[in-house]
Structures are given as C-alpha cells and as structure tokens.
Design a protein around this ligand. Structure first.
Ligand code: ARG
Length: 463
C-alpha cells in the first residue's frame, strides 16, 4: 500500500488524470527550489514540535517525523536524495520521502499548515542567510578598498565632472567614494531583514487555522520577531522579495559604475590604471589585445539584475490576493539574482586586488585642463576680498589668457597674472600646485589627505 501510495501525487483521489506531461515538466520547480531544503526541514521540525506542544499530535508521531526529516536532510546533503519532478517542489518531495521512511504517520506533518505559508517561511529564512552572505562579501570588498585607498592617499588624479577634468583629487578619496556606496548597500540589506522579520508559518492556505496552534512559539524558534498579522496578506506578500531584488539592483549598479570607471581608466586613451594579466582576456584575431572582460561582465550583469527586479514587479502587478502559481517564479528570480550579485562582488574584489594605478599618468592628466582654476577663484575671495562671482570672472579671464598663450596655469608668471589681476602678489602661485589644491579641501568629507586618513581609520575600526 505504502509503495503504491508513494508513487502517486497527493491529490490523485480528486484529480483522476495525471498532469499533462509538458506541464509537469515545465511547471514543476523542484530543480530550483531544492535550494530551500534546509529551511524547509527546519521549519517542519519547528512546526511539528509546536503541534506536539499544543497536543495536536502525539509525542511518538512528533519524534518519528523529526527522525524522518533529519534522515532526509542527511540524504540531501550526501546527494542521495532522488528529487522527482512529479512531486512539483521541495515541499512535496520531502513529504513524499517522509512517507517512504516513516509510513502513514508522515501524514500528520501537514496539519495546520499549507504549502503557501510553508514556502514563504522557507523563503524568508533563506533570504535572511543570503543577506548575511551578501553582507560578508561586501565587507571583504570594503576591506580591499580601504587597503588600496590607504596606499593612495597622496596619489593625485583629476576629479571629473562630465568626464572633463574638474578639480584634482586624491585617488584614495575617489576609491573611498565606493566604500560609502557599499556601506549604504550593507545598510539596505540590514534594513530589509527588519522588514522581513515576521513569521508566516501558521496562516495556512490563506485563512489561518481552526487548530489551536502557537504562532509565537514557531516565531521564536525560527528566529523571527513577530508572527505576521493578516493571513491573506501573508500568503500574497512578496514585498520582501522585491526589497532583496532592489537592494541587489542598487548594489549591482554601484559595481557597474566602478567597473565602467575602470574600463575608462584602463583604456589606451586614459591609461590611468594597469590591469594585471589575471583580469584581462585576449582577442581571437588581434594578438596584441588585453581586454578588461571581467569588468565588462560586471557592467553587463547589472542588466540581468534589473531585469529580475522588473520581472517580479510585473508578476505582482495586478495579481489578486492571495496565492497563485505566478508566484512560484520568485525563487528562480531571487536565486539567480543572489548568485549574480555574489559572483559580481567576488569578481570586483579580484579586479581590485589585481590592478595598479599609473601614478605618473594620473598626475600628468591632473595637470591638464586648467584644473586648479577654482583654487584661484577661492584664493581671490579669501585674499583679495572679492565676491565669488567676481573672482570667478577674473579667473575665467586668466584661463582665457593661458589658453591663448598655450600655457598651463602654473606656467604663468606673476607678471602675466598681474596683467589681468593687478593686485596679485607671488603668494598666488602656490594655488596652482596640485597637491596643495587637494590638501586644501579640508571641509568635512573633502579630499584633503588628513580627512581621508581619518575616514579610513574610522572605517577600519568599524569592520
Ligand atoms: N512551489 C509553490 C511555490 O513556490 C509552493 C506553493 C504551492 N501552493 C499552491 N497552492 N499550489 O509557489
């Protein structure tokens, strides 16, 4: 009897024909959601412990079920478990196997729950640990950037706006900008955890249950903060999925921006950084080429991550409450997004550990494009009591003059400068010094060496 029973789907008393082959093949999700096995088994163990505590099942049945579940967990971990598409998903596969191991008493496991609350419970638990993994990897990236920044506090490069030379900055400061982004990403993932901290288990299919269950008990045992408050919302809600996808999208966008900067900087036109052979690939026809493929990979993958966010938003749009099969796709979407973001963070870390800044080229480029013009304007305001607009105009005239003479600002003599601003003295010449310029930006958050040093120290301590 058990054997026969085990070869059938659970609903075959009601549904007389076997599911269409094509639908069984493409409509199942076992090969995707088997990643939830640990969470599914944990939630089931806690569920039956609660059923026993509430005198809904006996001590013996609870123990038998837990024994079977633990055996199944071992089988899966040792690759000895036969995942069967016929049983759709991880939840039914585990239940089916439980029947094979402990017999008919397995039938008590699904008392007072549905796959609808089961799957969200598993999924929330999974996203919790996925967020932790993401956070750990972001910490590694931040550590790497801090290390490189520390070595490049006094490396001067052009800061750009519109990709045109704007004002000189420290390369360390530039990289530390990305630390800020990744720190915000970490925060976003952490805030999400607070939001998903409500336990869905026990809302059953959509209404709650007539059994005297204890949702506070399962909440505590599973490490959630509170039970969810509305059974219908609980099985319909995928906001926590969107939160994770959005956070990955923003993080991916940050990765894409640094990837793009590095692509520009290592291009032959800029030559500001050199990538080691570990992070370039060749061309099939042009023997000389060393291409920044890993960086382009990072930039490209952002498209996939955004796409996943939009898939989920679109699936949810217009979906009536409560559960529909449409929702099953959430797992594939999250898993591929998670894998992509983890790989991307790891690849970015590889890139960061395998490049060197071309310091002389950075300095050379920083010396181009009248990059210290703003410093002259500031100097005029501070030392010659001009309004900023007036100083701006005078400085623009100096730049026009230099351009006409085909000179850099720091090549102009005091006499030449005085033809435009007569009251200048030789003190002014120091404003064109790049290092001076960088170091003068002492306002909080600015690029002065001291500021960067302090920030690096602070963040190192935090980690
Ligand atoms: N595998 C399903 C999913 O992930 C589980 C929920 C099934 N519930 C149902 N009513 N068919 O969405």
């Amino acid at each position: 009897m058990a054997k026969n029973k085990n070869n059938r789907t659970i609903w075959n008393t009601r549904i007389k024909k076997t599911t269409s082959n094509i639908f069984q093949k493409v409509g199942n999700s076992i090969n995707i959601d088997k990643r939830l096995f640990k969470e599914d088994i944990l939630a089931s163990i806690v569920h039956v412990e609660m059923l026993f505590k509430q005198k809904i099942i006996t001590f013996q049945i609870k123990n038998k079920i837990i024994y079977g579940l633990k055996k199944i967990e071992k089988e899966i971990k040792r690759n000895k478990f036969n995942f069967d598409e016929k049983y759709e998903d991880i939840h039914m596969n585990i239940e089916k196997r439980l029947f094979q191991i402990i017999g008919d008493e397995a039938g008590y496991i699904h008392t007072a729950r549905s796959r609808n609350d089961q799957v969200i419970t598993d999924f929330k638990l999974w996203i919790k640990s996925a967020s932790k993994e993401t956070d750990d990897n972001l910490n590694k990236i931040i550590k790497t950037i801090l290390k490189i920044s520390e070595k490049n506090i006094e490396t001067i490069m052009p800061g750009f706006t519109h990709l045109k030379n704007a004002q000189p900055v420290s390369f360390g400061h530039y990289l530390m900008a990305y630390v800020e982004m990744f720190k915000r990403d970490k925060k976003r993932f952490t805030v999400n955890l607070t939001n998903l901290n409500e336990n869905p288990l026990g809302v059953s299919a959509l209404t709650g249950t007539s059994f005297n269950i204890d949702r506070n008990y399962t909440t505590k045992k599973l490490g959630f903060e509170n039970p969810t408050n509305n059974s219908i919302d609980t099985v319909s809600d995928r906001d926590f999925v969107l939160d994770y996808l959005y956070s990955c999208s923003v993080c991916s966008m940050h990765i894409s921006r640094i990837a793009e900067e590095f692509i520009i900087w290592c291009s032959d036109g800029f030559g500001l950084i050199h990538l080691s052979d570990r992070i370039v690939t060749g061309s099939s026809i042009m023997p000389q080429k060393k291409n920044p493929d890993p960086l382009e990979f990072l930039r490209g993958k952002t498209g996939k991550t955004y796409g996943n966010l939009f898939s989920m938003l679109t699936i949810l749009k217009g979906l009536p409450l409560s559960y529909f099969k449409d929702l099953q796709d959430d797992k594939e979407i999250i898993f591929t997004t998670h894998d992509t973001i983890i790989n991307s963070i790891k690849i970015l870390n590889e890139v960061l550990n395998n490049f060197v800044p071309n310091k002389s080229k950075m300095l050379e480029l920083a010396d181009f494009g009248y990059i210290t013009a703003t410093d002259l304007a500031d100097y005029l305001v501070k030392n010659h009591s001009m309004s900023f607009r007036n100083a701006y105009e005078k400085t623009a005239a100096v730049v026009n003059f230099a351009e006409k003479k085909r000179k850099k600002l720091n090549d102009l003599s005091l006499e030449e400068l005085k033809t435009i601003i007569p009251k200048l003295n030789k003190d002014v010449l120091k404003v064109f010094d790049l290092k001076n310029s960088v170091n003068s930006k002492k306002s909080y958050g600015g690029t002065s060496f001291d500021n960067i040093k302090k920030m690096i120290m602070k963040y190192k301590k935090e980690l």
